[in-house]
Ligand binder design. Structure first.
Ligand code: MG
Length: 273
């Protein structure tokens, strides 16, 4: 089912590898099959709450060994975008501001904070938000009125505004709860300013994954279960896309999607057979 020119896969995780805590299919067998076909693999998720190390540990718990570098999240992609937008402090021969972290105000969890620190940013506490050079938003289960107020004030001041992803909801065993996009919408309403989104369907996250794999766009297959994020993102990034029917979108919706999807399969196991 995989087109013969494909050299690498960029896999979405939720709805492709697992649903909640349950793996979809025999994952160790599926990944052995992928390896035997000589396909390189990266993982790309809009969920920026966890770190790549945490995702690698989760995959290991399902019997699949991957390296953290293979996992890219919307948190990593937003830190990458920010790194391009906010130039580092100039290096001083006097040993001046060299190595000084660029201050930002971020709403997010470990995934976002670690990604920012790794890129040389200092996420400021809300009391010091006024010193920030940019605003970053993701999901934060400790979100509160003060953090939202600080973010809105900074965006109104004209600071660069970035967000991990625009997903309106986030699936849980209880049902769909507000996702990053829902929280960002509060700031958009309060300021009239839209952020730059890093996650799918914007191309940055998928492009970061492809750079790590090192394969040309046309030889890199984006695999996901959601048309509006995974498939739209792959198409926006100029890569072929495969829809698996083990998650959100249905075959009927997939057949109606334009531009046409390159491949459709019941699940990842069927796709790689
Ligand atoms: Mg998914």
């Amino acid at each position: 089912m995989i087109p013969p020119n494909i050299k690498s896969l960029i896999l979405d995780m939720d709805g492709v590898l697992w649903r909640g805590d349950a793996p979809i299919g025999d994952l160790p067998r599926i990944f052995a099959r992928i390896a035997s076909r000589g396909l390189a693999v990266a993982f790309a998720t809009n969920n920026g709450t966890r770190t790549p190390e945490q995702y690698a540990a989760r995959l290991a718990s399902f019997g699949v060994q991957v390296e953290p570098w293979q996992v890219v999240t919307s948190a990593l992609a937003v830190a990458e975008l920010l790194d391009r937008a906010i130039p580092p402090f100039p290096v001083s021969e006097m040993g001046g501001p060299r190595g000084v972290a660029r201050p930002v105000f971020a709403i997010g969890e470990a995934g976002v904070m670690n990604a920012l620190r790794d890129k040389g940013f200092e996420p400021l506490p809300v009391e010091r938000a006024a010193e920030a050079q940019a605003v970053v938003m993701g999901i934060d289960r400790q979100i509160n009125f003060e953090k939202m107020a600080a973010a809105a004030l900074l965006v109104r001041r004209g600071l660069p505004f970035f967000a991990t992803n625009s997903d309106k909801t986030f699936p849980t065993p209880r049902g769909e709860i507000p996702g990053a996009g829902a929280w960002v919408a509060v700031i958009v309403t309060a300021t009239g300013v839209e952020p730059i989104y890093a996650g799918k369907p914007a191309p940055y996250l998928l492009e970061l994954a492809r750079q790590r794999l090192g394969t040309p766009k046309e030889e890199t297959l984006v695999v996901g279960d959601r048309l509006e994020t995974d498939i739209a993102g792959g198409q926006a990034a100029g890569m072929p896309a495969a829809l698996v029917l083990s998650g959100v979108s249905t075959r009927e919706q997939g057949e109606a999607w334009r531009p046409r999807i390159d491949v459709m399969a019941e699940d990842l196991g069927e796709l790689v057979e």
